[in-house]
Design a protein around this ligand. Structure first.
Ligand code: F3S
Length: 427
């Protein structure tokens, strides 16, 4: 791999052992990928927490988060002192909500380690956004900006809707990119890999958040890791709808980039989206395909008594929190059901001021931040049957948490929270 002078200097240890280990990792990673060079990045989103059981043991044993970072984020083979990050770096979702850890059923020792982790991240200059939707709270990369982000739902949004350039990074490459301000130049950083591969003729009037989930889920399952181009969208979606569509496509498949003709920045026309080439395959999304996606997402749901309603995957926008409040106002959540709604911490402040938090609390629900059930493995104790309006959460909950999961509209979910029964149907 060709390295610039500043990259060679870091690799030679001129900026200390932490950045040296980061560069060693990036060079190994880049060479394995066949990248010819690295590219500068000043926008990194990572998760470096140590609240998982294995990392927790290591942190307990060594008493040092430098040791955990050296081993598990830099694969360093020795403990090095971790310097301040070079790139602007933002923390993604964490293992718990520090304001609701007891309700989440988290041990005090884990909570205390979590606080140490927050202090460590802050010490090395990582911004504590603690959300999977950094683009909702101020990290909005511009078109063409080279980034290094973890979190598939965020990557697909930034690549597709914003036209930023990134691959879905892991804990190690993300951490190394933060310290070095570099990332291998391959995959979706390159023009030629950003062209569409599959044409999706959309023959159903996709409008609601639920429909955008279903479209993303259906397309992702078929195209897997390729680049779908959706054609025929007649109603302009908003940010929340595209957020759900991408998250679902990145769950049923590994989609990191899609285009919508006439809407997303690299698809003003069909020709531009494919770069003049022919699609490798054409598929359609009509009423039948919509039904298939709905059935697939509901395949684990058997019992209709719902213990837990989870909303806010990816973390809700403030507009979505407001919509929940409209549906919930003056009503009470069933005593046998828990309602947890997730939003970024920065938006919770707005929700507090707008009276949304109070409405949710008065109804018996909880507005949470910083974490989510599927990723953090936290749920109300004894949950057997869950419901959600997120294709991504419905995909992962049965597999990760072993619970039956119903998928439907936000209204279906709120009605389930109130009645304790799932009555959702595909209209
Ligand atoms: Fe975010 Fe968790 Fe969903 S990380 S995208 S709320 S699975």
């Amino acid at each position: 791999m060709k390295l610039t002078d500043d990259e060679k200097a870091m690799l030679d240890g001129k900026e200390g052992p932490g950045r040296q280990k980061a560069m060693e990792l990036l060079v190994r990673y880049g060479e394995a990928l066949g990248a010819e060079k690295l590219v500068d990045t000043n926008n990194v989103c990572v998760a470096i927490g140590a609240s998982g059981p294995f990392l927790r043991d290591m942190a307990d044993k060594t008493g040092s988060l430098d040791a955990v970072f050296s081993e598990f984020s830099l694969d360093a083979g020795e403990v090095v002192e971790i310097p301040e990050v070079k790139a602007c770096t933002y923390h993604l979702i964490q293992g718990l909500d520090p304001d609701h850890w007891e309700i989440e059923g988290v041990d005090r020792s884990v909570y205390e380690l979590h606080l140490k982790g927050l202090a460590f991240a802050a010490r090395i200059g990582i911004q504590l956004m603690n959300t999977c939707t950094p683009y909702l709270v101020g990290n909005v990369p511009v078109k063409g900006e080279h980034c290094a982000w973890m979190e598939s739902s965020a990557v697909i949004y930034a690549n597709s809707v914003l036209g930023a350039r990134m691959n879905c990074e892991g804990r190690e490459s993300g951490a190394a990119a933060a310290l070095a301000g570099k990332i291998p130049y391959w995959g979706y950083h390159l023009d030629q890999n950003r062209l569409g591969t599959h044409l999706v003729e959309v023959e159903y009037d996709v409008e609601s958040v639920m429909d955008w989930n279903l479209l993303g889920y259906y397309v992702g399952e078929i195209v897997q890791e390729r680049v779908p181009v959706m054609n025929g969208i007649r109603r302009l979606p908003n940010l929340s709808k595209l957020k759900h569509c991408g998250a679902a496509a990145a769950s049923s498949g590994g989609v990191e980039l899609y285009h919508i003709v006439g809407l997303t920045p690299e698809a003003h026309t069909l020709e531009q989206a494919f770069g003049g080439k022919k699609p490798v395959a054409t598929l359609k999304f009509g009423p039948d395909e919509r039904r298939v996606a709905y059935q697939n997402l509901n395949s684990s749901g058997k019992e209709t008594a719902v213990d837990f309603v989870m909303l806010g995957c990816p973390h809700y926008s403030v507009e979505q929190v407001g919509e929940v409040c409209k549906l919930l106002k003056g009503r009470r959540v069933n005593p046998n059901t828990n309602l947890w709604v997730f939003t970024p911490r920065a938006l919770k402040d707005i929700a507090d001021r707008n009276g949304y938090t109070e409405i949710i609390t008065n109804a018996g629900g909880i507005l949470m931040t910083d974490t989510c059930p599927a990723l953090a493995h936290v749920m109300p104790k004894g949950t057997r049957v869950a419901a959600t309006d997120s294709g991504k959460q419905a995909h992962y909950m049965p597999a990760i948490l072993g619970v039956q999961t119903w998928f439907g509209s936000t209204r279906d979910c709120i009605e389930a929270a109130i009645s304790g029964q799932w009555r959702g149907e595909l209209a």
